[in-house]
Design a protein around this ligand. Structure first.
Ligand SMILES: CC(C)(COP(=O)(O)OP(=O)(O)OC[C@H]1O[C@@H](n2cnc3c(N)ncnc32)[C@H](O)[C@@H]1OP(=O)(O)O)[C@@H](O)C(=O)NCCC(=O)NCCS
Length: 174
């Protein structure tokens, strides 16, 4: 999905670029603390991050995908990424986010996730879903803080086949 300028108090949401690969690899995709509950494995080299960014670029015009880099206004540096994409099995947009470890617990994920929802809301999108591993409590807090409601327990499978018990949240803006 194409961008229109979006910013929050402390962040700018901008398209991820192939040229960001080295920085993103060094800052979060190589960090097992960040990837522990995610559906991608910890990247072993910047080339893996670059390949992921190529797939993001290939989706730039895909109306069912919105992926953003979260850039800190103060330093101009990317500190995380996330977004949402349409999942037909739920008929909802699933929201996701990940941030470099050094930037956790400063309210950035809440600020960024709200901006993603507002961006999509402005496009008429009203139905959202998100889930987090039960142990990944901070992610659940982000969901609650942006107004999502607990829906049910469930599971999801990580990329290495590990099954996580998860809490599923939904939000309908109708
Ligand atoms: C989950 C994640 C995105 C949260 O990002 P964040 O920027 O730290 O989130 P926020 O600062 O907006 O905080 C959300 C809540 O978690 C709490 N929190 C976050 N980190 C914390 C920490 N280290 N210790 C205690 N509380 C913490 C915040 O205090 C806040 O809760 P509160 O309002 O009750 O205080 C971040 O930890 C991350 O990138 N994790 C790895 C990737 C991941 O798991 N993504 C989600 C997959 S479902």
């Amino acid at each position: 999905m194409r961008y229109s300028h979006t910013e929050t108090e402390r962040l700018i949401l901008r398209p991820l670029e192939i040229a960001d690969a080295e920085h993103i690899f060094n800052t979060w995709t190589s960090d097992p603390r960040v990837t522990k509950y995610l559906t991608y494995t910890t990247h072993k080299c910047a080339e893996v991050t670059r390949q992921w960014l190529e797939s993001v670029a290939a989706d730039a015009d895909n109306e069912n995908v919105f992926e953003a880099g979260f850039q800190l206004k103060e330093t101009g540096k990317l500190i995380g990424s996330g977004g949402a994409y349409y999942r037909s099995e739920y008929d909802r947009w699933s929201i996701g986010y990940n941030f470099a470890y050094d930037y956790w617990h400063k309210g950035y994920a809440t600020e960024a996730a709200r901006a993603v929802v507002d961006f999509l809301k402005a496009k008429g999108i009203k139905r959202f879903i998100a889930w987090h591993a039960v142990e990944n409590i901070y992610s659940g807090r982000v969901m609650e803080k942006i107004g999502m409601k607990f829906d049910r327990k469930g599971t999801y499978t990580g990329c290495d086949g590990q099954v996580f018990n998860a809490n599923f949240y939904i939000m309908d803006l109708d």
